[in-house]
Design a protein around this ligand. Sequence first.
Ligand code: 5GP
Length: 175
Amino acid sequence: MTTEGLTTLIPAEKIAVRVAELGAEISRDLVGIVELTVVCVLKGAFIFAADLVRNLTVPCRIEFIRASSYGTHRSSSGRVMLDHHHDWHVEGKHVLLLEDILDTGLTVTRILEELRGHNPASLRVCALLDKPSARATPASAEYTGFTIPDVFVVGYGLDAAGRYRELPYVATLNA
Ligand code: 5GP
């Protein structure tokens, strides 16, 4: 489908099915834990996180971290900035890091390094999207929604210079 300069890559219905599957899989793997600390990486993962946590059956505490590397450009700046002027509350906790997309892998690597320094009981990554061909550093997620080619995508939380986050589907921008 092509709408106003966008081509749908993953329709909303397909995302909903996959997010429910991820929620069920994560809940199965973590059954019996007292509490899961979910860390949502802002801004891009906010919609994914909102939908995913409602598909989890384990008790959650939800935290947010802001990471940025893109600015208004469409390729990674290679420099990851984290806002971490807050308490992590992850010592001895089971932690699930929620990312919108694994691209170069630099952001997730930087955040994992930060989280590991706070001694969590366990640490897992769940990314809605994965672009394995774009890696600048080895990085992977325990749970992945969709593997996509190395194309710039928007929607379902992902932006282009602040636009398109509200779209219920994932799309590519037409040239
Ligand atoms: P990294 O390159 O560090 O793996 O990804 C950093 C961040 O860049 C992601 O969390 C995401 O916010 C942004 N990013 C990477 N690929 C894309 C893309 O195709 N579209 C959009 N809108 N953002 C992306």
